[in-house]
Design a protein around this ligand. Structure first.
Ligand code: FAD
Length: 235
């Protein structure tokens, strides 16, 4: 029979917001057994920004448990033991597929149910995939995305498997720029492709962007601007 559990507070999602919220719940005196975090990820909340930075370094890379929340703000690192000591239940590897808000009930993919008094939804965002646009070739298995730690692990495996290989990074925002730099220091030949006239157009003026583009070009990173990826041919 599928299990059922009740909590006074449930945080749905186990990312950055969940980790910081748990710390705040603790400060506010939440009692053991009152709070649960339900996450489809396999690990306790961590500082996601590390995934496009130190996690990909060829030397001394960041690894868990080194970057669990709340180290990103200079705070205490909340290890899985911290949650158990506080009586905060970490329910991992659990994807919620149905929320009945009237009945205050969540149902997981494995049909476990969780009832609550107060629900905090912290499910973040999801990566936009080329398959979402029906891009030709989008299903090739050497097309990778970066959002969760398992994505970063796939990327690391690809870097290892293709030493001195080539990569195309689609997207000229923060993550595209950081990822391109990380690939470059792993000796990957990088070409960035993005539709805007310059990188990070929502934040950078043309002058600031050109400074960074020149810096990247100087490191050997190529940038193809003003271009959408419509179809892909993979080797
Ligand atoms: C590679 C990368 C680098 C970044 N770098 C920076 C940076 O340098 N600076 C910066 O300010 N921001 C950065 N960001 C953005 C920052 O990480 C996000 O703003 C932050 O993670 C948002 O926190 P969140 O808790 O709202 O969502 P998330 O951290 O995304 O957490 C959402 C959680 O909910 C879980 N979840 C979703 N749906 C379900 C479901 N149905 N059932 C169960 N669990 C579910 C997910 O698995 C995840 O654990 C970066 C993001 C990425 C991906």
């Amino acid at each position: 029979m599928a299990s059922e559990k009740h909590f006074k507070y449930v945080i749905l999602g186990g990312g950055v917001a969940a980790g910081y919220a748990a710390r705040e719940f603790d400060k506010q005196g939440v009692k053991p057994g009152e709070l649960a975090i339900i996450s489809k990820e396999a690990v306790a909340p961590y500082e996601r920004p590390a995934l496009s930075k130190a996690y990909l370094f060829p030397q001394n890379p960041a690894r868990l448990p080194g970057f669990h929340t709340c180290v990103g703000s200079g705070g205490e690192k909340l290890l899985p033991e911290w949650y158990s000591e506080k009586g905060i239940e970490l329910i991992l590897n659990t994807e919620i597929v149905k929320a009945d808000l009237a009945a205050k009930t969540l149902t997981s993919a494995t049909e476990a149910t969780f009832t609550y008094e107060i629900l905090l939804i912290a499910t973040g965002s999801t990566v936009i995939k080329l398959t979402d646009f029906g891009t030709q070739g989008a299903e090739y298995n050497n097309i990778l995305y970066l959002r969760e730690i398992q994505d970063a692990d796939k990327l690391l495996a690809a870097i290892q498997a293709k030493k001195d290989g080539k990569a195309v990074v689609i997207g000229g925002g923060y993550i595209g720029l950081e990822l391109s730099a990380a690939l470059k220091i792993n000796n990957i030949d990088v070409t960035m492709v993005y539709p805007e006239p310059w990188c990070m157009p929502r934040l950078f003026t043309a002058d600031i962007a050109h400074f960074y583009e020149a810096y990247y070009a100087n490191k050997g990173i190529k940038m193809v601007k003003g271009t959408y990826s419509c179809w892909l041919r993979c080797q």
